[in-house]
Design a protein around this ligand. Structure first.
Ligand code: AKG
Length: 1116
């Protein structure tokens, strides 16, 4: 059933035709409220939606199947009408009913917008990424990039955010509005990172531009106003506050409906003691924007300072009802009760402050709790009863919570404003783009906003009291005009203390929601009835959607309905592209899995879930006893069959001189050789703490660089110090006869002073503050690819069995023809105890080989590839990016999630072999060096995982440093393949690449764009798009940028200029030659049936290639 069938007689054929043209891509583009034409459109949409709903109900009654397309159309119409609960419901139904949902870009766009609206960022990101993967040139691609950028910015992934923002700026189709908004976010990222000078200058530059949309102007002034208010370096207090107020007023001149500007203005007035003005501003803020716990908390403080405890109580209650984790409001409420001698309620509130957010709470609150608890403990039961029964000025907390809620608040409470952690120092202002975003991103028209505001205002008219902050008449009599600023400044609540924080916003501005985020907050009750018998709640659906799709694509299943198949000749493939001149038919880069398969997504863990006895498997360990064992092909077979293998005594048996990689020899060989340094904290292996002393998965580090000699000095002095400490300790031990053990880890934690953070640990003890461990340095990713400098070392590694060597014929990476640092070249790691390599899979899921040079040990952790999807889920939960983030899983979290964890010690001389896709992380427990490189044995599973990861990286906007298209062609020409599955994988990738070449040629012919012959130098590294970082194979779009010639993919080039003006198109391979190469890919009979390794046609280790001009770096 489609829209045609669904329309009932109430919809005319002409209306039906018009309705068919409405889909999610029009979201935010229709002005449904400000003109008679808009109103007519709205009526049409309403009529269409009603009609589709009727059809659904009818089908439901008759128990007949409903067309997924009909449900999807309903989702679009509801989205355009901004009925988010209904849109969500319809889209979710469509999602569950059409397995090919991933091909429907209008659906993905609408679905992403609805998830944004409900702050389901992870799902919004997934929908948007699939959309861009499927159709990078989607009509609303810039809007999608802006949304993705804002979500990444919110997650503090500024690098990823910048990539998305650049895509908006590079797109000539982006509107001036989107570009201005991107510039605003660019400035705001500097503000969030603490570079206030840069942020300020960018805001000011933005404001100087002509034709800046009002909302963006308002936001830039607002940020500047907030900076003046908060940043002490911007002058003395009176000057700053005056400037802050000026900027905030300018913000409101540009957009009077900006609730955050009103709120900040209130904060400035409050600071100046202008209580009346502060109240007026806060009230305006409440009128203009969605409910904000911060605003209510600030109002509570004003009332409290005015000795209006009942009003203060009600305002605080409003705050904690909106945000149950609003620590400042709980704390201030506690102080208020304390001031009124209602100590039990005070204790309750303080405890809530601590429990809801241990990180954020002021340390004094904990002492307050102890004090109150001690006092209560001293009371006799009778005294306690008396305290409880005593009459008090304020209603107890339970009653206060259950008082009738003023109409003002009822419509907002379901929103659930989310709080964040407090930063230190300057607190960056939140985005506060509500007006911008609501118009642009959520498409809420000014008319609709006005209508909403009016509704709110009407609701308030019934409310008594100055601010209508209260919750019912009995307590609500704040007196207008009696606020004496002096009194406000000097009159303090109980114990002569001011409330701890003016509001949460006082100390957590950098974690508040951005405009867009705020706008993405749930504004409606997501429980929807559609059709009436079915209720969908977001939560339910999100959970069922966790692994929403069939198993990951496999090339075996790929050619279902594809126009192409592997039996076709090159000419047939090229012929199939004839006439492919429309933009929709050609993409920037081919999908080398299959267009017919859903993009790869993290897979669910294997079923059934493992029992506790299988969650900590023993690590497969092989001890080599003789050279024959070392050289046996069984070793490779066994290693490849396990997720991870520890191989002992191999280096001994082969008499490998590991001393060549010792720090001493390295310094003697190349003291000035560069060494990257990661400065990290020294944790014990089972924990990582954030700045507040709470457990986290985030592994923070900063990157600098040094030389081998300097790191060696650091490594040696760290060892000497430890030795001295150890000696000192044993002397003391002997002298005092106290047999107290102390490990190097214990040593970090026992020091009593020097907290780096003012936050509380999650420990229940109020006085024990957890100390963050010291900083240490890790010398990492030292490149040993230079065959002259490191000749002795590299030659020594030739003693290894062929399949473990850096170069060997059966290693696909050896056929690349250029060096990818650390992958087909050796990398060195120089460590002291505590140095960590965070969790990761190798680039493109390839295998890894790692030797510990010693003298100390390393502790390893590993999870099999089957569970990477489960780990991915945990990364999302722990707010770290699986691919680009640095994360260190907590073993207990893995056990809880039923993820098996290998854990073992790698001693000096031990080899660790990591099979394809195994997730692993490593911490040095002693002083040691490690050497490592990748290998890609030509095995079907290795190549399949590599191709899937290549596409997954594309989906995730993450650069694949191994160019798989280029590699597939290399393998096709270099390797005689004897394994039919392997051959199919390689041939399929080449087929897609050849098809893409044909399509691009056709497309360019249609544009009369000439392709210039360029050719390829042997060993020349492959090209990546300057803008999106996708591999660009064969046909390069070249443009001059800052006096350099840079390469783009077709999609990005067309975004810059749809006529490709300013681009030269270069060809690297003659199509005939590629076709010939393709036709020669064939299966070869195995010359030796026992040998699994393929025979190689023309393998040449080509030492010279490793020195290629432009090396790509593989960094862990
Ligand atoms: O030795 C290290 O810390 C790096 C380990 C690693 O990730 C690898 O060899 O793949």
């Amino acid at each position: 059933m489609t829209l045609d069938h669904a329309i009932d007689t109430a919809v005319t054929p002409a209306e039906m035709e018009r309705l068919k043209s409405f889909d999610s891509s029009l979201y935010g583009q229709l002005d449904l409220y400000n003109s008679p034409e808009g109103e007519a459109k709205r009526q049409l949409l309403l009529k269409g939606a009603q009609c589709l709903e009727n059809e659904l109900i009818r089908c439901n009654k008759l128990n007949t199947t409903v067309s997924p397309n009909l449900i999807c159309s309903l989702g679009h119409l509801q989205l355009l009408l901004e009925d988010f609960p209904k849109a969500l419901s319809a889209y979710q139904k469509y999602y569950n009913s059409d397995p090919n949902y991933w091909q429907n870009t209008a659906f993905l766009y609408g679905f992403g917008i609805v998830y944004c609206h409900y702050s389901q960022d992870a799902w919004a990101v997934q929908a948007f990424q699939m959309l861009l993967y499927r159709e990078a040139n989607f009509s609303r691609a810039s809007d999608v990039h802006l949304r993705l950028g804002i979500i990444k910015k919110k997650n503090k992934d500024y690098e990823a955010a910048t990539k998305h923002f650049k895509q908006v700026l590079n797109d000539s189709n982006s509107s001036a509005f989107l570009k201005a908004e991107v510039r605003f976010h660019g400035a705001h990222m500097y503000e969030l990172e603490g570079d206030l000078k840069k942020a300020r200058s960018l805001y000011e530059q933005l404001l100087q531009g002509a034709n800046i949309p009002n909302q963006v102007r308002a936001n830039a002034y607002k940020q500047l106003g907030w900076m003046y208010h908060m940043d002490e370096s911007m002058g003395d207090l009176p000057h700053r506050q005056t400037a802050a107020i000026e900027h905030l007023k300018k913000s409101l001149e540009a957009d009077n409906s900006n609730g955050e500007s009103w709120y900040y203005l209130g904060r400035c007035y409050s600071t100046l003691g202008k209580v009346h003005d502060a109240f007026v501003s806060y009230r305006q803020s409440i009128d203009k924007s969605e409910a904000s716990a911060d605003t209510w908390c600030s109002i509570g403080i004003l009332y409290q300072q005015q000795s209006q405890p009942m009003d203060a109580l009600q305002a605080y209650i409003c705050a904690v009802q909106l945000d149950k984790a609003h620590t400042a409001a709980w704390t201030n409420l506690g102080l208020l009760y304390e001031a009124n001698s209602q100590l039990k309620d005070a204790l309750h509130c303080f405890q809530n402050a601590v429990n809801t957010n241990p990180k954020e709470v002021n340390p004094n609150v904990k002492s307050r709790i102890s004090l109150l608890q001690n006092s209560f403990n001293k009371l006799t039961p009778q005294q306690l009863e008396e305290v409880t029964a005593a009459q008090h000025q304020l209603p107890c907390i339970d009653k206060a919570f259950h008082l009738p809620i003023p109409a003002e608040l009822t419509s907002r409470q379901q929103g659930g404003v989310v709080g964040g952690a407090p930063p230190q120092g300057y607190n960056a202002c939140p985005d506060g783009l509500s007006s911008t975003s609501s118009q642009m991103i959520n498409g809420q028209s000014p008319r609709k906003r006005k209508a909403l505001a009016k509704k709110k205002a009407d609701a308030k008219q019934d409310m008594p009291g100055y601010m209508n902050a209260g919750r019912g008449t009995p307590y609500m009599h704040p007196t207008q005009g009696n606020m004496d600023p002096q009194a406000m400044l000097h009159r303090h609540p109980y114990y002569g203390q001011q409330p701890y924080a003016m509001s949460k916003a006082d100390n957590c501005m950098d974690t508040q929601e951005s405009n867009m985020e705020r706008m993405m907050q749930p504004k409606d009750d997501p429980a929807v009835v559609l059709p009436p018998s079915e209720t969908l709640s977001i939560k339910q659906e999100v959970i069922t959607a966790a692994y929403p799709v069939p198993p990951s694509p496999s090339v075996a299943r790929q050619s279902m309905k594809s126009r192409l198949n592997l039996a076709m000749s090159a000419q047939e493939i090229l012929d199939s592209t004839k006439g492919c001149q429309s933009r929709e038919m050609v993409k920037g880069s081919p999908n080398i899995l299959s267009d017919m398969c859903r993009p790869p997504l993290p897979a669910p863990p294997p079923e059934p879930a493992l029992g506790p006895e299988h969650l900590t498997p023993a690590t497969p360990t092989i001890t080599i006893e003789c050279k024959k064992d070392a050289m046996s092909s069984d070793l490779k077979r066994v290693a490849m069959a396990q997720p991870i293998v520890l191989v002992k005594s191999l280096t001994n048996v082969l008499r490998l001189n590991l001393g060549l990689f010792s720090t001493k020899t390295l310094v003697e060989t190349a003291p000035d050789h560069p060494c990257e340094v990661r400065t990290q904290r020294k944790y014990n292996v089972e924990e990582t703490l954030d700045a507040h002393g709470n457990q986290t998965w985030k592994q923070e580090s900063t990157r600098t660089s040094t030389t081998i000699a300097k790191y060696a000095q650091y490594q040696a002095s760290s060892f000497q110090e430890s030795l001295a400490e150890e000696t000192g300790r044993s002397t003391t031990k002997a002298a005092t006869q106290q047999p107290k053990g102390s490990s190097s880890q214990g040593q970090q934690q026992s020091k009593p002073t020097g907290r780096d953070s003012d936050s509380d640990s999650s420990s229940s003890s109020s006085s024990t503050k957890r100390k963050l461990p010291p900083m240490i340095r890790f010398g990492t990713n030292v490149d040993l690819s230079d065959r002259d400098k490191w000749k002795t070392q590299l030659v020594e590694l030739q003693k290894l069995p062929h399949w473990l060597r850096v170069h060997w014929s059966g290693n696909a990476l050896s056929h690349l023809g250029h060096t990818v640092l650390g992958m087909n070249s050796v990398q060195l790691y120089m460590k002291i105890p505590g140095c960590r390599t965070p969790a990761h899979q190798e680039n493109l899921n390839l295998c890894s080989i790692n030797f510990n040079i010693g003298p100390g040990d390393c502790e390893w952790f590993a999870v099999p590839d089957d569970y990477w999807g489960a780990l991915h889920q945990l990364c999302v939960k722990n707010n770290v990016d699986y691919l680009s983030g640095a994360w260190w899983p907590l073993p207990e979290d893995l056990i809880k999630a039923k993820i098996p964890l290998y854990r073992f010690t790698q001693k000096p001389g031990d080899l660790v072999f990591i099979a394809p896709g195994t997730v692993h992380w490593v911490q040095a427990t002693g002083w040691c060096n490690n050497i490592a490189w990748n290998t890609a044995p030509m095995d079907t599973n290795v190549l399949k995982l590599a191709l899937e990861r290549y596409e997954f990286n594309k989906l995730q906007n993450y650069k694949s440093i191994v160019p798989m298209i280029h590699l597939s062609w290399k393998l096709a020409s270099n390797v005689k393949m004897t394994n039919p599955d392997l051959l199919s994988l390689v041939k399929f990738a080449c087929m897609k690449s050849l098809e893409h070449t044909g399509q691009v040629e056709e497309f360019l012919a249609g544009k009369n764009k000439h392709i210039v012959w360029h050719g390829r130098q042997d060993g020349e590294p492959p090209h990546y798009c300057f803008s999106c970082e996708l591999e660009v194979f064969n046909i390069l779009f070249v443009r001059e940028v800052e006096k350099k010639h840079v390469v783009y993919c077709l999609d990005c080039a067309l975004k810059i200029s749809s006529a490709l003006d300013g681009f030269v198109v270069l060809r690297e391979n003659l199509t005939d030659q590629l076709a010939q190469k393709y036709d020669s890919i064939e299966l070869h009979l195995q010359s030796n049936a026992t040998e699994v390794v393929n025979s190689i046609l023309s393998f040449n280790t080509r030492e010279s290639n490793s020195q290629s001009r432009d090396q790509t770096s593989a960094q862990t």
